[in-house]
Design a protein around this ligand. Structure first.
Ligand code: DX5
Ligand code: ZN
Length: 215
């Protein structure tokens, strides 16, 4: 069963509680929270305080995606705030395995993310220290971009190597391209624009879950 994780980057920043509650009511499974530092990506988004408040208004897992060059200074703040899963990028110049271990040592899911152009080989040596592998299907930083179909082969590669964690994709996912992701091994679909711009989110989520079941 595919998990649908709406990305709040596409929600109304002045009405996050309303939009997150609507997403939960519509049957979404996780809430994806994009954090951006205006350095790893040319954009700035949200904070640990946002996560803390979201923890108070929804009981859905909070899937926090750190698009940051220096996540080590914020990992504890996001875990204290209630992040269920904390994902860092493999491309940063930091001790990534130690950061993953630190996230797991506090009983949360540790995620590793790759930009579209980064090969899966970058993370094969540390996959055993992760609970989730996030294959970005757009260049991180902005919602509303077109899915990079070349990334589907990276999802397939993770599945074929027997990766047992969650295989997540993020960026440009729509109803009309979800099936190809699912048949190649996707287990969590992050969707922003396609969900929050939809006039009937509940009906859309029902269709997405049906696609996830292969119906
Ligand atoms: C981009 C973010 C994505 C994005 C979702 O850096 O990580 O989560 O908001 O993209 P769309 O809106 O295309 O689903
Ligand atoms: Zn994201």
């Amino acid at each position: 069963m595919i998990k649908i994780a709406p990305s709040i980057l596409a929600a109304d920043p002045l009405n996050l509680e309303r939009d997150v509650k609507a997403a939960q009511k519509a049957g979404c499974d996780w809430i994806h929270v994009d954090i951006m530092d205006a350095h790893f990506v040319p954009n700035l988004a949200y904070s640990a305080e946002t996560v803390r408040r979201l923890r108070e208004v929804t009981d859905l897992p909070l899937d926090v995606h750190l698009m940051m060059d220096n996540p080590e200074i914020m990992v504890d703040a996001f875990l204290d705030a209630g992040a269920s899963c904390l994902t860092i990028h493999a491309e940063i110049d930091r001790n990534v395995p130690a950061l993953l271990d630190r996230i797991r040592s506090r009983g949360r899911m540790a995620g590793i993310a790759l930009r579209p152009g980064s090969p899966v080989e970058m993370i094969t040596g540390i996959l055993d220290r992760t609970d989730l592998a996030l294959m970005m299907t757009v260049e991180p930083g902005f919602g509303g971009q077109k899915l990079d179909a070349r990334v589907i082969s990276k999802i397939r590669q993770l599945k074929d190597m027997g990766y047992t964690g969650e295989i997540e994709a993020d960026g440009g996912i729509r109803e009309d391209n979800l099936e190809s992701l699912v048949t190649n091994g996707l287990t969590v679909a992050v969707m922003g624009t396609a969900l929050f711009r939809n006039e009937d989110m509940a009906a859309c989520v029902k269709r997405l879950h049906r696609i996830g079941r292969g119906e």
